[in-house]
Design a protein around this ligand. Structure first.
Ligand code: PLP
Length: 373
């Protein structure tokens, strides 16, 4: 076996992505455009048009090294949200910022607190880097159980504590009061607030709390509401002192000129965000109403995101069975038992998307329900 810094790099759990349209089209004989791709929480309205123009404009700079800090984007983010550029770090997707945060602020062996279930990248990266994930079970209805979270964060002497707002995979929204409670109890623990899906909550989010708490970093992505998952851009906002180690640990020229230009232009595209959020909010209501007629399945209520959990009520079904059956109907969702540690066999996560995709999902569930009745 090759020498590795940590065995888990060979034996550990790899990331399981949502399936692609082309894979399902080939396996089941659908035209790719027919498929309802509901497993990756992408923007069904596509990329910000302003970003597309800016990315094309960046091709003229492909021969030059980009700014190693993505200065233009840092400045833009800082101006938009009322910070200084030295309070911003950019990454090739939020995922890269998460990796840098873990490496910069926790040593091998240090504890990192997170909810179970949560975005799997938190524990995959923690384990790959030899850090130790500490899990806080959510309530049976995906309640945040903040007292328990705080108690675990303190008793484990965690270096880092992840929060996701709105939460993935449940879509539940944590109150600002609860976020403040965690920051106030955290002391030397760094609180990482992941706001990847914040636009869909129709709130401003909690970037402003960075002004109140030195132990807080807020992360956001261009992959979701901005529609730029393929471009790879995300960022973190914190005190300038927190950003220095992140700049030093990130791969030097991590942001290419196309990423920087596209993301900077997308930040100005309020129309695209408004169109996207309005469609998601409308379709969230639509799919909730259609799902309410089902008996074998139920929508876990109160998602404020662009996805929701489907709970399987029928005892003869489990998440892997339903996942496979939906694939054969041309519907891609996430099998909770594969994609989210601790979620078990009774849940699937589906995106909120265009009406024709929501209809295909619910029609597929109706067909599965009919077969087991
Ligand atoms: C909660 C959460 N945070 C972060 C990300 C990653 O975003 P990015 O595409 O910017 O790496 C995702 C992606 O699905 C996510 O679900």
């Amino acid at each position: 076996m090759v020498y590795v810094s940590n065995e888990i790099l060979v034996t550990g759990e790899p990331y399981t992505p949502g399936l692609s349209r082309s894979y399902v089209a080939q396996r089941y004989g659908f035209a790719p455009e027919e498929i309802a791709k509901l497993g990756s929480a992408e923007n069904p309205l596509g990329p910000s048009p302003k970003a597309l123009v800016a990315v094309a404009g960046a091709f003229g700079e492909l021969d030059l090294y980009p700014s190693w800090t993505a200065e233009r984007l840092r400045e833009k983010i800082a101006a938009k949200y009322g910070f200084k550029p030295d309070q911003v770090v950019c990454g090739t997707g939020e995922t890269e910022v998460i990796a840098c945060v873990i490496r910069a602020f926790a040593k091998p062996g240090d504890k990192i607190v997170m909810y179970k279930p949560c975005f799997p990248i938190y524990h995959i990266f923690a384990e790959n880097e030899g850090r130790v994930p500490v899990y806080v079970e959510m309530g049976s209805g995906f309640e945040f159980r903040i007292d328990h979270y705080i108690e675990t964060m303190r008793s484990s002497e965690a270096r880092i504590a992840f929060l996701t707002n709105p939460h993935s995979p449940s879509g539940k929204l944590m109150s600002e009061a609860d976020i403040r409670r965690v920051c106030e109890a955290a002391g030397d623990t760094l609180v990482v607030l992941d706001e990847a899906y914040i636009h869909f909550t129709e709130t401003e989010g909690s970037l402003h709390l960075v002004r109140d708490y030195e132990n807080l970093i807020v992360l956001r992505t261009f992959s979701k509401a901005f529609g730029l998952a393929g471009l790879r851009a995300g960022f973190g906002v914190a005190s300038a002192e927190r950003i220095v180690p992140l700049l030093n640990i990130k791969p030097t020229w991590n942001m290419g000129c196309a990423q920087t230009a596209g993301a900077a232009a997308a930040l100005d595209d309020d129309d695209h965000i408004e169109r996207t959020v309005a469609m998601i909010v409308e379709m969230r209501g639509y799919v909730a109403q259609r799902m309410s007629a089902l008996k074998a399945f139920r929508m876990v209520p109160d998602s404020r995101s662009n996805f929701f959990l489907i709970e399987i009520m029928h005892p003869a079904l489990d998440s892997t069975k339903v996942f496979e059956e939906l694939l054969s109907c041309g519907v891609i969702v996430k099998d909770g038992s594969v994609s989210f540690k601790g979620l078990g066999k009774r849940y699937l996560r589906s995106d909120v998307s265009l009406q024709r995709h929501m209809d295909r999902l619910v029609d597929g569930l109706i067909e599965i329900e009919r077969r087991v009745a």
